[in-house]
Design a protein around this ligand. Sequence first.
Ligand code: PLP
Length: 379
Amino acid sequence: MSSDPSPALPIAVTPSAHPRAAAERQAVLADPGFGRVFTDHMVRIPWDADRGWHDAQLVPYGPIPLDPATMALHYGQEIFEGLKAYRQPSGAIATFRPYENARRFARSAARLAMPALDEETFVAALTALVTQDAAWVSPEEEKSLYLRPFMFATEAGLGVKPAHSFLFLVIASPAGAYFSGGVRPVSVWLSTEYTRAAPGGTGAAKCAGNYAASLVAQAQAEQAGCDQVVWLDAVSHRYVEEMGGMNLFFVRGSGSSARVETPALTGTLLAGVTRDSLLTLAGDLGHPVAETRISTEEWEQGNATGEITEVFACGTAAVITPVGSVKHARGTWTVGDGQPGPVTLRLRQALLDLQHGQAPDPHRWVHPLVPARGHASTG
Ligand SMILES: *Cc1c(COP(=O)(O)O)cnc(C)c1O
């Protein structure tokens, strides 16, 4: 718990002898895309059964040699996180609710029979990397540095059991708008053939295997002419859970009294930090909010009657993405007028303003990583 923190492991810093030249970095930052180019450094912290977490280091970004029998490659014992560093108006760099990610990482670790990394070391690793690679954080609106902490089993062997050694790494990649072309509504495919998560499974954990299992459904959505797959519950195939790797929200009615709803966390949904933040932000803006259960029939009927006015997906990478149309095996419908709705856009702007330091932060969600002036060194 952050109220009773164990001290973070000290991180030894070895700067790269060959960081990218400023011109090359600027060219990347001008059009970063998503997850294509990585910064000059990474943090690595190994764990083994004898020493626990030890020998934390910030080192030049580069390949990691692996034994072909590395257990993660065979049995998928891997978890990850995703959050962003944002340039603030002062020039400082901050991130958003990193302890939420640290706690979720620990929950994912527990589900995958992996060791927990303490929250303070998790956040210290982010701080060390962003401090070293601060020049990779663009000051431009909607640009950020995506941070990817992850952990996998490094023990070599083919016996199926929890590994006795793991590696935690943090890498970073400059990010522009996740979906190119700005706030463009996406079309979604309701998948009744494939499911993302079943009761008792790993749906609430951020683990690699969930994503591997989702790819064929995403491909099917694209074959049906849609941008994204919407996951339904595994038991009845009726209740809406998530869209791709994002949580979903439904808006009923319009104006400031519009009701903002999201599927409840049943154990098969991933508890998004963005989802949690938007529930609070929508309440702050005066909207009644609720965590509910929404069936596909209810969604279709709500659209037909005009009761459901807007639907959007949310997550760290893409922030908020409106859903414009829905397709399933027996038909198709348009959400509202197919355009991004006012509640969607207002929430999106409110969240971005908060993250980029353009709005007051009453909930103290913005966490400083690098101060405004001077180039602080880690250690
Ligand atoms: C990461 C993720 C989300 C979004 O979580 P955030 O913390 O908001 O980024 C939603 N659904 C799935 C399946 C995810 O993996």
